[in-house]
Design a protein around this ligand. Structure first.
Ligand SMILES: [Fe+2]
Length: 377
């Protein structure tokens, strides 16, 4: 029997905060108690104890395999570094986003998901990873090679999420193409002519593939038992289309109109933590804070800054004056949305995935992370 007792903690339970202790035994939460611990324990000195964070959409693994445009890093080393980084940010379950679909003219948009996923699964099976990993396949429905790439995944690949993405200029995230043009000029050194040719290629891919690939990606999600998500819904019509596909999860709706339509259709919304913390979106979309204040924000994702997940929860706790509600956005609500019933709450019988943090002038400082009762950071 392996046991860890965490005492003198401020516990963030599903519906209240309470001073007390937690006992982790054989990988699960065995007891939650009030007051002093019953036996020798780690003294948490009043720090907060919350469930481990659940991250549904992070670009972080992609950043590690390509730390700069054109620089490809060995996958095994990238996966270990990514895994350790997330553990150090309090994330105990992650859906690693990988793009499926390629753009023929761009070398940096070649297929990579199958190969990377196989390496990740191999490392997971050898118990080399600290946290719990699932795959999130970002199906770029207008891109080339999407259906062939998806066909290379099966029910044993832990594909937990499939999101339907359409980044064709002129709609959704890029309804206004200015931000995309700025990105292409600075990040991949395109000039005006390159951009015009590139946009023409993307419009041609969209006309050729959009409808058939969307249907193919929806069918694929059903085949591998993955939860389907929409991405960058902008209009009420787009949300209605998502709902018709059976979608119950919307990543980054770009307007208040879309977020309101999501709630009318019982679709949960995911907003980016960096957007919430910065007070605005980097691509000019609706501010996450506006949706939080309107009660239209359900889940937070760290998106491109892993440490932002816990910081965003602390900010939501301040906005709502409600820690349990804020923590739910980064734990139980994403776990439920992804169909994981064994984690996401401080509750006896669930997985022993916990974090300990302290607030330093309002900013959360992560102290320790446990996964299945083992300390991993
Ligand atoms: Fe997007």
């Amino acid at each position: 029997m392996q046991e860890t007792v965490l005492a003198h903690a401020t516990l963030i339970l599903p519906d209240q905060m309470r001073k007390g202790h937690v006992v982790l035994r054989d990988g699960t939460i065995a007891e939650i108690g009030e007051g002093a611990a019953p036996r020798s324990a780690i003294d948490c000195e009043g720090d907060h104890i919350a469930p481990g964070l659940v991250e549904l959409h992070t670009d972080n693994l992609e950043r590690h395999i390509q730390p700069r445009p054109g620089v490809n890093w060995p996958h095994a080393a990238a996966i270990f570094a990514h895994d350790a980084e997330l553990a150090g940010c309090g994330i105990t379950t992650v859906f690693d986003a990988m793009r499926a679909g390629s753009i023929p003219s761009r070398k940096d948009y070649a297929p990579y998901a199958r190969e990377l996923a196989s390496e990740l699964i191999e490392q997971r099976q050898s118990n080399a990873l600290r946290i719990s990993h699932f795959l999130h396949l970002r199906a770029e429905i207008c891109c080339a090679s999407l259906l062939e790439e998806l066909a290379s995944f099966g029910p044993d690949d832990r594909v937990g999420l499939v999101s339907l993405m359409d980044h064709t200029p002129g709609q959704r995230q890029f309804r206004d193409t200015q931000a995309l043009e700025t990105y292409l000029r600075s990040k991949v050194q395109m000039n005006d002519r390159d951009i015009a040719e590139y946009f023409a290629e993307l419009h041609e891919l969209s006309a050729r593939n959009g409808v058939a690939h969307e249907a193919g990606a929806v069918a694929f999600a059903g085949r591998v038992g993955a939860v389907l998500a929409s991405h960058d819904d902008t209009t009420a019509d787009e949300v209605a289309r998502s709902a018709a596909h059976g979608i119950r999860l919307a990543e980054f709706p770009t307007t208040r109109e879309a977020a309101e339509a999501c709630h009318r259709h019982s679709i949960r919304t995911i907003m980016g933590a960096p957007n919430l913390i910065r007070g605005k979106s980097h691509s000019g979309n609706v501010a996450a804070r506006e949706l939080a204040e309107a009660g239209l924000l359900d889940i937070i994702s760290s998106d491109y800054v892993p440490s932002a997940l816990l910081s965003a929860a602390a900010l939501l706790a301040q906005i709502w004056d409600d820690w349990p509600r804020a923590i739910a956005c980064v734990t139980s609500t994403p776990a439920n949305a992804a169909g994981l019933k064994d984690r996401g709450r401080l509750e006896a019988g669930l997985r022993g995935d916990l974090i300990r943090f302290r607030l330093v002038n309002g900013t959360p400082a992560l102290r320790e992370t446990w996964v299945r009762g083992q300390r991993v950071s």
